[in-house]
Design a protein around this ligand. Structure first.
Ligand SMILES: *Cc1c(COP(=O)(O)O)cnc(C)c1O
Length: 386
């Protein structure tokens, strides 16, 4: 074994079956779906079949499915398009959302839009009562993610959706990390909008879905040709759409089986960490009740300064382990993850933290490999730090 890939919340390896579903659209059925000829019509049919299948898999109407270039575009489109359509002045969100939600929201401040950030608890969840209290006559949209990509926390989106529906405010949830991990059925959840990305579920990069419930006040954001019933211009990514559809189908159908594997991997990892590090490590975010495929851990040193998480990541990489730490480079310096800061993890621990995210190709042997490497690296680093 040369490398262990534990960064599946960043992206995943494309499933062979997904790849196979895409192949015909590169060299055989390559028509532009907007073309009137036979090759074009074949692409059009493929896209509409895909739309129907995805709608069915998430409990939506086909007319509510818009193909986009992925999670980032879907998040941008719903936030900017709802602000434009409602002409209201407030966005309600949280400080631990993905940057694909936070940054477009922040950019709207230039146009006089106000952002209200709800404070999550230390587990990383927002309660429906907080949303009820925050909504005003000025609120255009509430955007709160279903599953957090760094700590795996799960928001009570069904209850939040009910609050928003009562107050007639658009509710969007970024479901990029929940589709295929926990049930996402719109007949149950009644969201107004959600975002999906294929590459987080063993599909290709650069393709995703924005679901917008019929009747939601929303103006298309990316304009051009008449694709997607004028709701998203740009030549349709037919191969991507075929891959996305296969990826969602497989993720939904095989969800229970993967969940069992992830729970087993997580339990093994935590018990190995306890055995080796005792109380020198902590789990950031939910101890229980989160998705099992994401495990965020921080290390506690005897002095107050904490470990250098960048160095830890680098050392793991040299040893063939791919994990991540969610830190961002702002003005030349590394800032610890905004999510860990947002749930109140002390800065020295946030700096020393890493996110382990399991995928369906991982095994218990991978966990053993990882904890062995980690133990040796941490011993070296903790000696050097003291
Ligand atoms: C990865 C991710 C995104 C961005 O999706 P892309 O398809 O890479 O643009 C958005 N939200 C969450 C929660 C993610 O994990």
């Amino acid at each position: 074994m040369d490398t262990v890939y534990f960064d599946n919340a960043a992206t995943t390896r494309v499933d062979e079956r997904v790849m196979e579903a895409m192949l015909p659209y590169f060299t055989q059925q390559y028509g532009n779906a907007n073309s009137a000829h036979q090759l074009g019509r074949m692409s059009k049919v493929a896209i509409e079949d895909a739309r129907e299948e995805i709608a069915q898999l998430i409990g939506a109407e086909p007319s509510e499915i818009i193909f986009t270039s992925g999670g980032t575009e879907s998040d941008n489109a719903i936030i900017k398009g709802t602000i434009a359509a409602t002409r209201k002045k407030e966005i309600i969100t949280s400080p631990i959302e993905h940057h694909a939600v936070i940054h477009p929201s922040e950019s709207l401040k230039l146009q006089g839009i106000r952002i209200t950030y709800l404070q999550p608890d230390s587990d990383g969840t927002i309660q429906p009562e907080q949303v009820a209290e925050a909504i005003s006559d000025d609120t255009a949209i509430v955007s709160l993610m279903h599953v957090n990509n760094e700590i795996g926390s799960v928001n009570p989106v069904k209850e939040i959706a009910e609050v928003c529906r009562e107050r007639k405010v658009v509710f969007h949830s970024d479901t990029v990390q929940s589709v295929g991990k926990i049930p996402v059925n719109l007949k149950e959840l009644s969201l107004d909008a959600l975002s999906i990305s294929a590459h987080k579920i063993y599909g290709p990069k650069g393709i995703g879905v924005l679901y917008v419930k019929n009747g939601t006040p929303w103006i298309p954001w990316l304009q051009g040709g008449s694709q997607e019933r004028r709701r998203r211009g740009g030549t349709s990514n037919v191969a991507g759409i075929a891959g996305l559809t296969a990826a969602i189908r497989l993720a939904v159908n095989e969800m229970d089986q993967h969940r069992e594997l992830f729970s087993h991997l997580r339990e093994t990892t935590v018990s190995e960490l306890k055995k080796r590090f005792g109380d020198r490590f902590q789990i950031n975010g939910p101890q229980t009740g989160g998705v099992p495929n994401i495990l965020n851990i921080g290390f506690i040193t005897e002095d107050e300064r904490g470990l250098d998480g960048e160095m830890l990541l680098l050392n793991l990489d040299i040893d063939g382990v791919c994990v991540s730490n969610g830190s961002a480079c702002t003005s030349g310096a590394m800032e610890p993850s905004h999510v860990l800061q947002g749930i109140g993890v002390p800065e020295p621990i946030a700096r020393s933290s890493i996110r382990v995210s399991f995928g369906k190709q991982n095994s218990v042997e991978d966990v053993q490999f990882f904890v062995d490497k980690l133990e040796r690296i941490l011993e070296r680093m903790m000696v050097a730090a003291s």
